[in-house]
Design a protein around this ligand. Structure first.
Ligand SMILES: [Zn+2]
Length: 468
């Protein structure tokens, strides 16, 4: 693993490179985006950037402009420009006066860590996390190119990552910039992590980060990570992710002529599996349809592929029953689900060996935390961080919806795995949910309001004295 350091005091009159010259800097222009020339060029760009937007103050115009600049960096898989993103964010951090450290747990996959040290180092810190990468976009399906960050007459900024999750990255930074300008002084240290590979599972990103000594040294007491847009005026907040599993069932059976009726063919065995799964799926989906549970509070189970038949260059052989058949399911579980009950159900009902079936259960990521508990952050008085967070949202004039389980999966699970309370929160109200979708956008006013929300949230959390 390689590291790069850069420390700049907030009101330093020394040049960026002058200060860096005093430090044990290990820079590599080949392996990281933190090359001196890249930072220098970006710094010049940053200092010369000034955006005038009608209806906004010069500061707000600059904030929108910096958001657009970050959105224009092509961070989509399969070849995310991590070097460009880290370079841009590092320049922002330096201009704010944050300490920067670039870690690299896997070659070519930098993780940027920024710090603002609190006045009481005996207290645990807060961590604000976001991911550097984005999912791909199909330009032909977009009304504006996905990396143009085009801002239309209504203030909608179109870009891949506008909601997921480059908005929070810049909002965190701009909130800290404003707090610094107000001469705010945090009691607890505030750390920001910008991690690679969240969109492809986080194995080379946050999973390695939370297991590292660097993470341990931060003494993190509470984490904010990404959430999702809200269609209403209420903010959404997520206290858990569902567990992402995959199930592959393979059925075997005697092959035979297509015309012959007999018991125990591979296809018949596989159909038994499909029928059992369909009954269970209905029982879960009925709870959602009846309004008894939210979609993220049930086990979802969807077939994603089937493979069977005897194929030739002209298609499938139609008069032969095959000896093997396979089906794959995407399986998502609420975090507190009894996992042994489900495993038993798979073994006894869905894929019993007595019917010539075998199965493979792929459990991606952790199921329980280091104490063996579900990966759930309490959202009641038992969690003092929750109370502070909730009050800060109210103080900024916002309202919170009932806390939810996220249907999909984020890097928050790795922090929860360490037993650290972690909330998923992206301040986007009255906004269509467009993550991973075509024409993803965020309105400029929504983006700017989010900065104010974070100012309240970050100042409250970092001033909070009594939690450990
Ligand atoms: Zn995301």
């Amino acid at each position: 693993m390689q590291t790069w350091f850069c420390d700049l005091s907030p009101n330093s009159s020394k040049s960026f490179f002058g200060v860096m010259g005093r430090r044990p800097v290990v820079f590599s222009s080949q392996r990281s985006g933190m090359s001196v020339s890249a930072v220098s060029q970006s710094l010049i760009l940053l200092l010369s950037a000034s955006a005038v937007i009608a209806g906004f103050s010069p500061e707000e115009g600059d904030q929108v402009n910096r958001f657009q600049q970050y959105l224009r960096i092509r961070t989509a898989h399969p070849n995310p420009d991590y070097a460009g993103a880290v370079s841009f964010l590092s320049v922002q951090a330096v201009s704010i006066g944050l300490q920067t450290l670039t870690l690299e747990f896997s070659p070519g996959k930098p993780l940027l860590l920024l710090s603002w040290h609190g006045s009481d180092p005996s207290l645990s810190s807060i961590l604000l996390n976001s991911h550097l990468d984005s999912v791909p976009a199909e330009p032909s399906r977009w009304i504006h190119p996905p990396f143009s960050a085009y801002r239309d007459a209504d203030g909608r900024i179109f870009a891949r990552g506008a909601q997921d999750d480059k908005c929070i990255a810049i909002q965190y930074l701009e909130a800290l910039r404003n707090l610094k300008a107000r001469r705010f002084s945090p009691l607890r240290s505030i750390h920001l992590s910008f991690v690679p590979d969240e969109e492809i599972g986080g194995a080379d990103g946050n999973e390695k980060f939370v297991a590292s000594g660097h993470f341990r040294d931060l003494k993190v007491g509470f984490v904010l990570d990404e959430g999702q847009a809200s269609l209403t005026e209420e903010f959404r907040v997520f206290y858990a992710d569902r567990l992402p599993w995959s199930l592959i069932v393979n059925a075997a059976g005697a092959p035979g002529h297509g015309s012959k009726m007999y018991d125990g063919s591979a296809m018949e065995n596989l159909m038994e599996c499909m029928e059992a799964v369909a009954r269970f799926r209905d029982s879960q989906f009925d709870l959602v349809k009846a309004g008894v549970r939210a979609g993220s509070e049930v086990i979802s189970l969807n077939p994603v592929y089937m493979r069977a038949g005897t194929s030739t260059s002209k298609g499938f052989v139609m008069n032969m029953q095959p000896s093997e058949a396979e089906v794959g399911f995407d399986l998502r579980l609420p975090p507190a689900e009894d996992l042994d009950v489900l495993r038993k159900r798979i073994e006894e009902e869905w894929a019993p060996t007595s019917r010539n079936m075998t199965h493979q259960l792929i459990q991606k990521g952790p199921n329980r935390d280091i104490a063996g508990l579900p990966l759930v952050t309490p959202t009641n008085a038992s969690n003092p961080w929750w109370t502070v967070f909730e009050q800060a949202i109210s103080a900024s004039g916002g309202k919170l919806r009932k806390p939810e389980i996220l249907s999909s999966t984020t890097d928050a699970r790795f922090m929860r795995q360490m037993g650290i309370p972690t909330l998923g929160f992206s301040p986007m109200t009255d906004t269509p949910i467009l993550l991973h979708d075509d024409n993803e956008f965020l309105k400029d006013t929504t983006f700017l309001n989010g900065i104010k929300v974070y100012e309240n949230v970050i100042s409250s959390l970092s001033s909070f004295r009594t939690a450990t």
